[in-house]
Structure formats: structure tokens, C-alpha cells
Write a protein of this length. Structure first.
Length: 175
């Protein structure tokens, strides 16, 4: 499969919104491991903000966006209470957000490819570590992160209990 990685651009917003909606529809009909809710997360606003801040990357296959990831320097507030492996400022850290795979491309290695791209991009950018949070019941994502060398560092409450999402596992990958 031929994969193209690139920074998302404004003309991608409509396709990303459709990807988010298709993914949330898929999750509604299958096991919703991440606990995402259509029109709550992820949404067009996430794509727009990621593109305007130049932190959203897409992976294309067959001319379509197969997946997307946001790499920024903005931790959740609960990250302040975590025991991280690396002590440094967030200028030296990427936080993974809005990591999505289109349902038509699931099981085809897109998640691994996006993570590998993110790790290489971090290395080339002089980043010291990558951090992320994942809903505790999102077993497929947890397995993917652990397989790619991310280390579990603790569990936090991100304040999403009103959506049924109480505990999130924190992971870190030293670059």
C-alpha cells in the first residue's frame, strides 16, 4: 500500500470531518473502544484547529485520507500530576491527540505507520519525548502504543466522567 504523509491543509477539513463522522458511526455500530461521541469528539473544530496551528498530519492512501494525528505541545491539565519518565518543558514534548483511522483502512497498518511517522518526525524536530492519554478500555489502542514502545506511566481522571469516560492511561515514548 502506497502511503503519503503530509501536514494537513485547509482543503482537507471537509474530508477530515467526514472521516470523523464515519468513524463515530462505525464505533456506534461496533465496540466503541475510545468512547467517542459523534458531534462531541472528534469534530470539524478539532480538524480546523489542528490545521490552523500546523499540528495536524494526514496519511493518504489511494488518494484518500486514511488517518490523521495531531502532534502539539499542549498537555491536559491532569498531566501536571503524573509521574513522567522525562522531566522537561512542553517545548520538548509532543502530545498525541485526535489519532484517527478511517474505518475503511482499519487493520491495514495505518495506525503503526502514523505512530512511526510521528516518532521519526519528533526525532527530526529535536523532541525528547512523546506523551498521550488513552481511555482505559481502549484495548486496541493500548496494545498499539505498547507494541510501539510507549511506556505506561499512570492513570488520571481527565474530567470526562459525564461522558462515561472516567480513567485514562498515560503513556510516554522517549525519543
Amino acid at each position: 500500500m502506497d502511503l503519503i504523509f503530509e501536514l494537513g491543509v485547509t482543503s482537507d477539513i471537509d474530508e477530515l470531518e467526514l472521516l470523523y463522522n464515519n468513524l463515530n458511526d462505525y464505533l456506534l455500530m461496533h465496540t466503541n473502544y475510545p468512547g467517542w461521541i459523534k458531534d462531541i469528539y472528534p469534530t470539524r473544530k478539532n480538524a480546523t484547529e489542528g490545521i490552523s496551528s500546523k499540528t495536524l498530519f494526514v496519511i493518504r492512501s489511494e488518494g484518500k485520507i486514511a488517518g490523521s494525528i495531531i502532534l502539539n505541545h499542549q498537555p491536559e491539565e491532569a498531566y501536571d500530576d503524573a509521574d513522567w519518565l522525562v522531566e522537561t518543558t512542553y517545548d520538548n514534548i509532543y502530545v498525541i491527540r485526535t489519532f484517527v483511522i478511517h474505518p475503511n483502512f482499519m487493520g491495514k497498518g495505518i495506525g503503526n505507520a502514523l505512530l512511526n511517522y510521528s516518532i521519526e518526525f519528533a526525532k527530526n524536530s529535536g523532541i525528547k519525548t512523546i506523551r498521550l492519554d488513552v481511555y482505559e478500555k481502549n484495548i486496541p489502542a493500548i496494545k498499539l502504543y505498547e507494541k510501539n514502545g510507549f511506556i505506561y506511566t499512570g492513570t488520571v481522571d481527565l474530567g470526562l466522567g459525564n461522558y462515561g469516560l472516567k480513567w485514562f492511561r498515560l503513556y510516554e515514548k522517549i525519543i
